[in-house]
Write a protein of this length. Structure first.
Length: 278
């Protein structure tokens, strides 16, 4: 019996990009879906496509920046299916630009979606997963920008670092309840995150000092984005594998290994005698 068969999977930001790819990957394993998104037109299209492939789909309009909307999503999912087993807090935007040029509105909008959207998802669903006593899994979408700081991505990095820290703590707290927890940290993925950011925020995601660029990625030694592009479907399949293995970290690119090693070595070097002395 497939571990996903007839399990209930909730995905926010599910109408496009990585969220839509997760939904497709879960459906191919026999899961029943709850698709949540703020874009009702795209949500209806995703529902139509997935239902045509044979998936069982419940679409729910949801604004992850509002706690009451996320609680309503949890209520709707549980009322409809009776249970929830997999929760993917995936909705996100990318606001790029130098910190010197950032506005309070940039900070507030990015944190409201990228961080509070995840926090509200945990708040709404975790007590239900624990009460069910059936295990389950939570996936929070961060980014490689949640593990390595990058020039021109300061606000985005701050929001995603917060998601990584929240998820690492959640991972420890959920062990006694047999609930797996993963943080998805992709590099460059072929999605329409720039378009979605523009639609949600009502303006370009690019700050005045940033030229047109792809979505945030990992960084090289000088803090510049780098790495190849993978498809959203590839990421969706990696999420399925990560849930199967109960991985804490889900990565998408082999380049990430060396980048993380360099970051760890820089930290480790601070304990050498000549750096540690005061």
């Amino acid at each position: 019996m497939d571990a996903f068969r007839d399990r209930i999977a909730v995905i926010t930001g599910a109408a496009s990009g990585i969220g839509r790819a997760m939904a497709g990957a879960f459906a191919r394993r026999g899961a029943r879906l709850v698709l949540a998104d703020i874009n009702e037109e795209s949500l209806a299209q995703a529902e139509k496509e997935l239902a045509a492939s044979g998936a069982t789909v419940l679409p729910v309009h949801c604004d992850v920046t509002r706690r009451e909307s996320v609680v309503a999503l949890a209520d709707r999912a549980c009322d409809h299916y009776g249970r929830v087993h997999v929760v993917c807090n995936n909705a996100g935007v990318a606001v790029l630009g130098t910190l010197a040029d950032a506005t309070p509105a940039d900070w507030e909008a990015t944190m409201a979606i990228n961080f509070w959207g995840v926090a509200y998802g945990v708040d709404a669903f975790l007590p239900r997963l624990i009460a069910q006593g059936e295990g389950g899994h939570i996936v929070n979408t961060a980014s490689m920008a949640g593990l390595v700081g990058m020039e021109g991505f300061g606000i985005y990095c701050a929001s995603k670092f917060a998601v990584v820290g929240l998820t690492e703590s959640l991972h420890r707290e959920c062990r006694p309840h047999d609930i797996g927890v993963s943080v998805l940290c992709p590099m460059i993925v072929a999605t329409n995150i720039a378009e979605n950011t523009r639609r949600v925020l009502g303006r370009s995601p690019l700050g005045p000092t940033v030229a047109a660029a792809p979505a945030p990625t990992a960084a090289d030694g000088a803090g510049r984005p780098r790495g190849g592009v993978v498809t959203a479907d590839e990421v969706g399949e990696r999420v399925v594998v990560g849930i199967d293995r109960r991985d804490l970290y889900i990565f998408t690119h082999p380049e990430q290994r060396d980048i993380l090693r360099r970051r760890a070595s820089r930290q480790d070097a601070m304990f050498e005698d000549d750096s540690w002395s005061i």
